[in-house]
Design a protein around this ligand. Structure first.
Ligand SMILES: CC(C)(COP(=O)(O)OP(=O)(O)OC[C@H]1O[C@@H](n2cnc3c(N)ncnc32)[C@H](O)[C@@H]1OP(=O)(O)O)[C@@H](O)C(=O)NCCC(=O)NCCS
Length: 194
C-alpha cells in the first residue's frame, strides 16, 4: 500500500522484525525473554489469582490455548504489531509478563502492559521490568511516546507506572469493561527525553 504521510515514519518499517526479539536484562537478576512453550503452566496459573482476574478480562482457559497465544506473540513480533516477554529470574522461573502493543511506527507510539504472579509481588518486579523495557523501547528502538492505562481502582498499577516515569495524563471515563462494572481508566505516558 502506498503511504500518504507528509513526514517520514519515526521508526522505519522492518526495524523490529528484521532482528530476533531481544532478551532484556533488568536489575536484580531479572531477565525479560520471549515466551517458551514450557512456560504455559506458569502463564495459565496467573489467571487462578483473584487479583489478576480482577484486572484482566481476557483470559486463557487451557495450556493449549496459552501455547496458541505464544504463537500469536511470535507473529506479533514478525508483523511488528507487538512484543511479549516473560519476566523471569535469570531466564528460568517465570515471575510475570510484560508487553508492548498498539505499535504505531508513523508516530513512534506504543502501549505497555504488565502483570506479576502473586508470589513475586511487592519486591519491585513490575517496576524493574517496566524500567528495562522502557529504556530499550525509547533508547534503542526510538519510540517517542509509551503509554499505559489501568483502572482507577488499581492503585498498585498506578504506583508502578508513576515510579517508572509514566506521568498521569488524565482519566478516561467509563472506558473499560471489568467483571464487576465499567471502570474509569487512568492514562499514563512516558515521553522520550522527559
Ligand atoms: C500491579 C502489579 C503488576 C504490581 O507488581 P509488583 O511487582 O508487585 O509491583 P512493584 O513491587 O514493582 O511495585 C509495587 C508498588 O506499588 C505499591 N503498591 C502495591 N500494592 C498497592 C496498593 N494496593 N495500593 C497502593 N500501592 C500499592 C507498592 O508499595 C510499590 O510501591 P513502592 O515501591 O513505592 O512501595 C501486581 O500487583 C499485579 O500483577 N497485580 C494483578 C494484575 C494487575 O494489576 N495487572 C496490571 C493491570 S494494569
Amino acid at each position: 500500500m502506498t503511504r500518504a504521510l507528509s513526514t517520514p515514519p519515526v521508526i522505519p518499517s522492518g526495524f523490529l522484525a528484521d532482528s530476533p526479539q531481544p532478551v532484556l536484562p533488568a536489575t536484580g537478576n531479572l531477565l525479560l525473554r520471549p515466551w517458551e512453550p514450557a512456560d504455559a503452566p506458569a502463564f495459565l496459573s496467573a489467571y487462578q489469582d483473584d487479583e489478576t482476574r480482577r484486572w484482566h478480562t481476557r483470559r486463557p482457559a487451557t495450556e493449549t490455548q496459552v501455547r496458541e497465544w505464544f504463537d500469536e506473540y511470535r507473529q506479533d513480533w514478525q508483523r511488528e504489531k507487538g512484543g511479549h516477554w516473560a519476566i523471569t529470574r535469570d531466564g528460568g522461573e517465570v515471575l510475570g509478563r510484560i508487553a508492548l502493543g498498539g505499535l504505531d511506527f508513523d508516530d513512534g507510539i506504543a502501549g505497555v502492559g504488565y502483570s506479576v504472579l502473586p508470589a513475586a509481588r511487592g519486591v519491585g518486579v513490575a517496576s524493574r521490568a517496566l524500567s528495562a523495557l522502557t529504556a530499550w523501547a525509547l533508547d534503542e528502538i526510538d519510540f517517542h511516546r509509551l503509554q499505559l492505562d489501568h483502572s482507577t481502582r488499581n492503585h498498585a498499577s498506578c504506583r508502578v507506572a508513576t515510579k517508572s516515569g509514566y506521568l498521569l495524563e488524565g482519566t478516561k471515563h467509563s472506558a473499560a469493561v471489568h467483571d464487576d462494572d465499567r471502570h474509569d481508566m487512568h492514562l499514563h505516558a512516558r515521553i522520550r527525553g522527559d
